[in-house]
Write a protein that binds this ligand. Sequence first.
Ligand SMILES: C[S@@+](CC[C@H](N)C(=O)[O-])C[C@H]1O[C@@H](n2cnc3c(N)ncnc32)[C@H](O)[C@@H]1O
Length: 418
Amino acid sequence: MYEYQKDNVFFAQVPGMMETICQEELIELGAADTKIAYRGIYFKADPVSLYRINYTSRLTSRVLAPLITFPCRNTNALLKIADKIEWEKIFPVDKTFSITASVAKSTINNSLYASQCLKDGIVDYFRKVSGGIRPDVNTTNPDVRFNLYIEKDVAVISLDTSGESLHKRGYRLLAGEAPMQETLAAAIIRLSKWDGENTLWDCMCGSGTILCEALMHYCRIPAQTLRTNFGFFYMPDFNKEIWETLKEETDKKIRPLPKGLIKGSDKSQKVIEVAADNLSRLPFTESVELACHPFQHVKQFENGTLITNPPYGIRMGELEEVKELYTELGDFIKQKCKGTKAFIYMGDPVLRKSIGLKTSKRVPLVNGKLEGVLVQIDSYEGSKKKYYAEYKAEEERQKNNLKTSPPLFKEGKKRGGL
Ligand SMILES: C[S@@+](CC[C@H](N)C(=O)[O-])C[C@H]1O[C@@H](n2cnc3c(N)ncnc32)[C@H](O)[C@@H]1O
């Protein structure tokens, strides 16, 4: 019996600074007894919750199922343990595999060497039980992945139940100059609490990550809707029937996107094309409005939700230049966005001052190696109630399939697609 089968405890790896929000999401998806650790969360789950987490979590990076924990002071220990696990019950010899390793405060201090030793042990085991045949290693796109973690000379070998990292949704084949990680975009949408009550606009949308994540969130599209291979397919106790029922029930909850509820624009035509390409892999993208223009050209954006990620000033341009842009964005929000809530993710917290507006919330969040911050700015209330009532009425009309419904939001005096 493997370790996770005895106690149903799994380990979710999560992006930096997102432990608390990931814990909340895991609980919503059925995890129990959650415990936050560094860059991760231990939790208990039954098979249906484990499959649900892998299929629908927008924030988790991957979920590991511990197979065995053992003392590990030298590489011999790795070879020995590799010989004890019945690997052929996890994956057949014709599938490829990979091992990710990390080591901390241990006699073995080279993670690459540790992973190679474990790999050798697995290969030797297969040769022994499969008449000399061995599985191949594939480090870029393996069928099954394992994780080796050694801390203070105690090692854990886990099966990666996710497979490829869950931040990879499969819609982003092309990226702009400084794309945002999908899990970060999803976290920002969650923190904004937007759920379709008004128009969401990303006024510097780049390759459209925020738009794609907003669409999936509103339409209740599982984060891994495009994925066909999960690591949990290789769990020795994988239950196909439970997985298929869960998938069917989850997919039934998908709802269409009202036209124009999500809008994106950018001053660069090149990245707008990238955004359109990325969006095209998801359903209902014909309802997303994309336009190419600087946000400064938009006449007004009232009673909406503005979520955006301006240039960082590190990778894309000089800080001074970017500061000016932030000041223009602040002026734009103040003058033209009455009743709008704005959420701005900036790579460098010093840029917050350049906006020149009071922020009602600040949340530190990491994008790759960049330690940025999300700020919330509440422009004063306009006629929000009126717009909400209009939106609800339209949603009702769409539900009843009435083809003659009036436009959802007034295009009025606005120019340039918004
Ligand atoms: C950090 S990138 C956005 C990345 C995006 N979140 C993604 O995931 O691809 C910033 C974007 O702001 C755009 N931009 C810069 N100044 C702008 C302006 N004045 N109006 C509209 N877009 C602008 C750039 O073209 C760039 O695509």
